[in-house]
Design a protein around this ligand. Structure first.
Ligand code: DUC
Ligand code: ZN
Ligand code: ZN
Length: 470
């Protein structure tokens, strides 16, 4: 039998197994797994390499409007290019509704931004900012049926925060339609109260961002989101969990049999609030929400990953530039209040998890695959087409050199931001090639893919979204 491509002699790992074999690829799919597979037009030598399912980053923000004078640093070309260099074959950004907008029109607008520009595959979550009768009664159910099977709601942020009543209504639509709700859990009024108080005291430097949203802000909202979901009887995913108290809320709910899922991100494993204390405005480079905490919180997030309280590890990539187009805009507004929340991370997510997790033996290689790809595919209705190495699955593959040692630096990055918050972090293990549906996007560290080769993928409903009493 001849194939389009054979990846020969590598160590293949899935979320459950590790084995030595060739991978035969034809027509963009994995056609065979076995020893000494026959011939192919392209034979890729993968000896001494790991052959893993391409990463799926199910929480990224690309080309979202971010306020007057602020431009998000990535469009779909640069964001997905950066993703490919980071070992990812698919990303799930958000189509974000703003007040007064039709959800259907929002989705169309994001397709226009993305179509023809992506290097890796893409699917959209929705963000519900305006929970009107029309949105909840018509647009949202229709979009869920059309393959937009998950959406994010915010408990904070001007213009985005939903009231408890609105959250309950949105969760009810998720229950009826089988969609999965992602929740940004922070208490909005408390953040407003603390921000005003800090500003009145002249405490406006970037590091006060962390003081304006301390751990109880996240813990309380996490508890409330869980309670609301219990009342509606609908599963939810609590995204970007940063600390032990929120993690323990999720664990307790899981132990009570509730379908509460959790996600954490690299910033909560390797950054702390101290990073926001840089000279002058340098701390702005680390402003994201929830903020990075302390060493004990990092340990708690590792525990959450190891003990499977968290099933997802995502970047929450939300890239701004540090210069006047981004973190330092708009001019004259120097308080932390005006620094856009979010940091770049789609390219560094997996090297950080591999190095800090697998190389330092905190997690197994199979857990790495689950946290980087398979669980994302399962959670968001993409499995088994995506997220695994199996006959019949899309040939979405990342080839890793597990021994490559590098220091993360902006000079290695391929996105639109002008800095990385992970500058100077030493890593062992690096993705050297990335293939989407059988075609290399990055090969031996070189970009060989085409802008526009990445496709939009419509999703099934999440198997995790079934209510307990269904
Ligand atoms: N916080 C969010 O809620 N979204 C994007 C980035 C961030 O820091
Ligand atoms: Zn969020
Ligand atoms: Zn986010």
């Amino acid at each position: 039998m001849t194939f389009d491509t054979i990846i020969r002699g590598g160590t293949v790992a899935t979320a459950s197994d590790t084995f030595q074999c060739d991978v035969g690829i034809s027509g963009g799919r994995i056609a065979a797994l076995g020893e000494n597979l026959g011939g192919a037009k392209d034979i890729v030598d993968a000896r001494e390499r790991l052959v893993l399912p391409g990463g799926i980053d199910s929480h990224v923000h690309i080309a979202q409007p971010s306020g007057p004078g602020i431009v998000m640093a990535d469009d779909f070309a640069s964001g997905t290019r950066s993703a490919a260099f980071g070992g990812n074959t698919m990303v799930l950004p958000f189509a974000m509704q703003q007040k007064g907008e039709s959800l259907r029109e929002v989705v169309k607008a994001y397709h226009t931004k993305a179509d023809g520009h992506c290097y890796v595959d893409v699917s959209f979550h929705l963000i519900i900012a305006d929970a009107t009768d029309r949105v909840l009664g018509q647009e949202l159910p229709a979009l869920v049926n059309d393959g937009y099977t998950s959406f994010k709601v915010f408990m904070t942020y001007e213009g985005l925060a939903l009231s408890d009543l609105e959250l309950l209504n949105v969760m009810s639509v998720a229950r009826e339609t089988g969609a999965l709700v992602m929740v940004h859990a922070e208490n909005y009024d408390t953040i407003r109260f603390l921000t005003d108080r800090l500003e009145r005291a002249g405490k406006t430097a970037p590091h006060y961002h962390a003081a304006s949203r301390p751990i109880p802000v996240e813990r309380e909202a996490t508890h409330r989101a869980i309670s609301l979901s219990e009342i509606v009887d609908v599963p939810i995913m609590i995204v970007h969990v940063s600390n032990r108290e929120a993690m323990e809320e999720i664990r307790r709910a899981q132990q009570r049999g509730l379908k509460i899922y959790g996600e954490t991100c690299p910033q909560y494993l390797v950054l702390t609030a101290k990073d926001l204390e840089g000279l002058n405005m340098e701390g702005a480079k680390y402003v994201c929400s929830p903020p990075p905490r302390d060493h004990a919180s990092q340990q708690a997030c590792w525990e959450g990953l190891q003990q499977r309280v968290f099933s997802l590890f995502s970047s929450d990539h939300c890239p701004f530039r540090y210069d006047e187009k981004g973190k330092l805009a708009p001019k004259g507004r120097t308080s932390f209040r005006w620094v856009p929340n979010g940091i770049p991370g789609v390219e560094t997510r997996l090297p950080i998890l591999f190095s800090e997790g697998v190389s330092k033996r905190r997690i197994s290689l199979n857990e790495f695959v689950a946290l980087s790809a398979t669980n994302h595919a399962r959670t968001y209705g993409l499995y088994p087409k995506k997220g695994t190495i199996a006959v019949g699955a899309d040939a979405d593959i990342a080839i890793w050199d597990p021994n490559r040692e590098l220091t993360i630096s902006q000079s290695l990055m391929h996105g639109g931001s002008d800095y990385t918050p992970y500058e100077g972090i030493k890593v062992k293990g690096w993705p050297v090639s990335t293939m989407v549906r059988g075609k290399f996007v990055v090969r031996d560290g070189e970009l060989v893919g085409q802008e526009g080769a990445g496709e939009y993928v419509s999703r099934e409903k999440s198997p995790l979204a079934k209510p307990r009493e269904a």
